[in-house]
Design a protein around this ligand. Structure first.
Ligand code: PNS
Length: 164
């Protein structure tokens, strides 16, 4: 049984995340989208909202025979991966600029849990500039983000803005 985790903040989920999920699914029997519950940050969506959005969008993604789960976690990614008996941590790389940060995290996670490998996947070039932070910023300032985030995320962001 090959189980992986795909950790991140997912605030919010983007089509770049979905691209990585689609690409990595054939490599695993099971993949847990692991949503970080980060108390330091002030997210747009609560961790429960982020999990619910991901849970609603995932069935629209072709993940073949890979069983998809969504879980939130606090603390270290390496600890969560070990607790879940995952053998791999999946991360997406969009551009060279991501590499240095991702390499440091992968090496630290390997030091913490030597038996768990980080697997990097290259995001589709059409998503090479898509990040949750950029999507929130552009959306809040009235720019178009259609095609870069799932429609459900866009409507949830609209709801958030109208109530804030
Ligand atoms: O995609 P993101 O939002 O940049 O995800 C970053 C994430 C959640 C993978 C990273 O911040 C993380 O692993 N946080 C949990 C705390 C931890 O394990 N820190 C040490 C990493 S070596």
């Amino acid at each position: 049984m090959r189980r992986s985790i795909f950790p991140g903040s997912f605030d919010p989920l983007t089509n770049g995340h979905l691209d990585i999920i689609r690409r990595s699914a054939p490599l695993f029997d099971e993949m847990i989208v692991a949503v970080l519950n980060n108390a330091d940050k002030r997210p747009m969506f609560s961790v429960d909202e982020r999990c619910a959005i991901i849970g609603e969008v995932l069935p629209t993604v072709d993940t073949g025979d890979c069983r998809m789960l969504v879980e939130s976690f606090s603390g270290l990614t390496a600890d969560f991966a070990r607790e879940q008996k995952a053998t791999a941590i999946v991360r997406g790389i969009r551009a060279v600029s991501d590499y240095e940060y991702e390499l440091r995290m992968a090496l630290m996670n390997r030091r913490l849990e030597p038996q768990i490998e980080t697997v990097f996947l290259m995001a589709g070039e059409e998503y090479s500039y898509v990040s949750s932070t950029l999507m929130k910023q552009v959306f809040e300032l009235g720019g178009r983000v259609a095609g870069l985030i799932p429609e459900l995320v866009e409507s949830k962001m609209r709801e958030k803005l109208s109530t804030s």
